[in-house]
Design a protein. Structure first.
Length: 147
């Protein structure tokens, strides 16, 4: 009897540890870029007009790692023409990354085309204020009653 209880306790403990490790892995795999990209894909975004935007996020990805920084950028002709990363003191610094390919950084659905750097980093500009409002969900119908 004691062996059965020990076996059951060991089984439950192993499953608990396995579940905790799998949920931790899922959280790590979902980096800041993936979270934002999912939000843009789900809701969509308004068109980005020409101008300077101070409420953007600049994502820098390398492999499965991603960093997201506050920043500002200039948009001309529907393309990102300059990027600046916001410093902790509130000032901005020009993003100094050399592009591997000289292609225009166009904007689609509130996100810029990916810029690949000479260091194999992938950079995107996210116009978070352009995300469309969350749509109202469907209202559930009433269950039948015995009237």
């Amino acid at each position: 009897m004691k062996k059965n209880i020990l076996a059951i306790a060991l089984f439950i403990g192993v499953n608990f540890v396995a579940d905790a490790q799998s949920s931790k892995k899922t959280e790590e795999e979902s980096n800041c870029y993936l979270k934002w990209a999912h939000k843009f894909e789900t809701r969509g975004a308004d068109e980005v007009a020409d101008g300077t935007y101070t409420d953007i996020i600049i994502t820098v990805r390398s492999g499965s790692e991603a960093d997201c920084f506050s920043g500002k950028c200039d948009v001309t002709g529907g393309k990102v023409t300059a990027m600046y990363v916001k410093l902790e003191d509130g000032k901005y610094e020009v993003m100094k990354k050399k592009a591997r390919y000289e292609i225009p950084i166009t904007i689609t659905n509130g996100m810029s085309l990916s810029l690949v750097t000479m260091d194999d980093e992938i950079i995107n500009v996210l116009f978070i204020k352009k995300i469309k409002a969350k749509k109202a969900g469907f209202e559930k119908a009433a269950e039948p009653t015995d009237d």
